[in-house]
Design a protein around this ligand. Sequence first.
Ligand code: FAD
Ligand code: NAD
Length: 460
Amino acid sequence: PGVQQEFDPEKKTLVILGSGWGATSLLKTLDTEDFNVILISPRNYFLFTPLLPSVAVGTITPRSIIQPTRYVARHKKRKVAVIEAEATDVDPVKKTVTFSDNSEVQGQVWSTTIPYDYLVYAVGAETQTFNIPGVAEHACFMKELHDAERTRFMDCVESAAFPGQSQEEIERLLHMVVVGGGPTGIELSGELHDFLMDDLKQWYPELAESVRITLVEALPTVLPSFSKQLIDYTESTFKEAKIDILTKTMVKEIKDRSVVVKMPDGSTKEIPVGLVVWAGGNKMRKLTVDLMAKMPETQTNRRGLTVDDHLRLKGADSIFALGDCTATSYAPTAQVASQEGSYLARIFNQIAKKDALQNQLQVLQAQAGPEQAAEVDALQKQVTKLDKLRPFHYSHQGSLAYIGSDKAIADLPFFGTGNLATGGVATYLFWRSAYLSTLFSFRNRALVATDWMKVKFFGR
Ligand code: FAD
Ligand code: NAD
């Protein structure tokens, strides 16, 4: 219902799953005149993830970094059906998608199945917990907007301010542990530090000295994807900021009031904590695991979906997959997903042209006599030419991360050969301008710039 509105039976149906970096970049660039486009996602907005840690501490307000998917759809030439729902099954043989509306206002789950000619699978990934006991129950995450809005950070501070607490309890409540020394964990630790130093120190002077931030990382170093020089710079900045980094330390369990870790010497330690934020990386969504199980011969990579050079799913020609749900040689980043999205838009443009010519060819072949042989031949050549798709090529624009204390780090490609590694306050200004310019819309840019100004003048 509703889906068939303005449906053109002459055109093929393109179903897009997701409204994140990959799907939104595709939708933005896609020529929607060519297809009946249906976008299905449980989230009816695009989320600018790089600024999510800033939302967690109130530097940026949640609405500043989201853009409604219907806004993007409304500006397309032809109607795009946007459906807020969660895809629950993809059948690559019947070429159908089943999706449900899980909204609480319905009181029951509505589910329906629709056919597709082409499917773009861009459902991203979910947070990897490795089934470590207590993570799901006691830790906060940093993946979705509601995660950033719901960190129990201020609850810990207010509870510590409650009269009559023992010093030991105050120190526990004010111990913030971030698990994962990837960019998410580092950026969040930096943001937490800023909040403590810039704002909490003034509001709770009696508690400020008891606040501690600890970053726990299982590997020998944090930020393994950055240059050694920037890792050292981050570590020394954290040391100055009194953020403890525990490397070669593995979190084994999270309890209500403590974190159990395996120390580098093999011993086990239980650390009292007020708040744990889990930034342990990505894993496949159940939908992706189920889809792979339907193609056991071709889909065998445990990291994600296997696609060819044109992002076509191995084993299902009508499905294209991109972004964090795929296992490619590229890192699971927004940069990769958005380049893949705009690449796919161009590919669909070519596919639409080819499909149209193919239809023409079929009609001609059905009626043509020997005198049209040359015309048929020319059309056939054009179809064959359009059959050849240009492979996806990723162009790395560099990596940026905010590390707190008004400092950022940047690993930038330098004249195609070398690498320019830079960190500090100037890089922080560059970080801000780079993110301002990559935000989705003028509205987002204006709101984020205003948020930064507000924090400068009035605090968080
Ligand atoms: P997503 O953007 O996650 O989008 C997935 C979409 O699928 C969502 O809309 C989701 O609602 C939808 N979906 C989920 N389940 C279903 C379903 N069953 N059916 C239909 N739709 C579904 N990368 C960078 O390059 N630079 C950065 O600075 C950076 N910072 C980050 C900071 C944080 C805190 C985080 C968490 C990530 C950051 N990343 C960054 C990584 C980047 O966000 C991801 O690589 C990127 O979001 C991947 O895009 P995607 O389209 O594959 O997935
Ligand atoms: P990640 O996979 O990069 O890092 C997770 C870290 O958690 C790993 O280093 C892992 O060793 C550690 N870990 C996992 N389990 C642990 C345990 N039990 N105990 C201790 N440590 C444990 O995840 P991420 O930081 O969320 O990043 C995900 C992707 O998003 C990456 O590709 C990243 O580049 C991208 N990203 C980029 C930026 C940026 O460019 N500024 C910011 C955020 C995310």
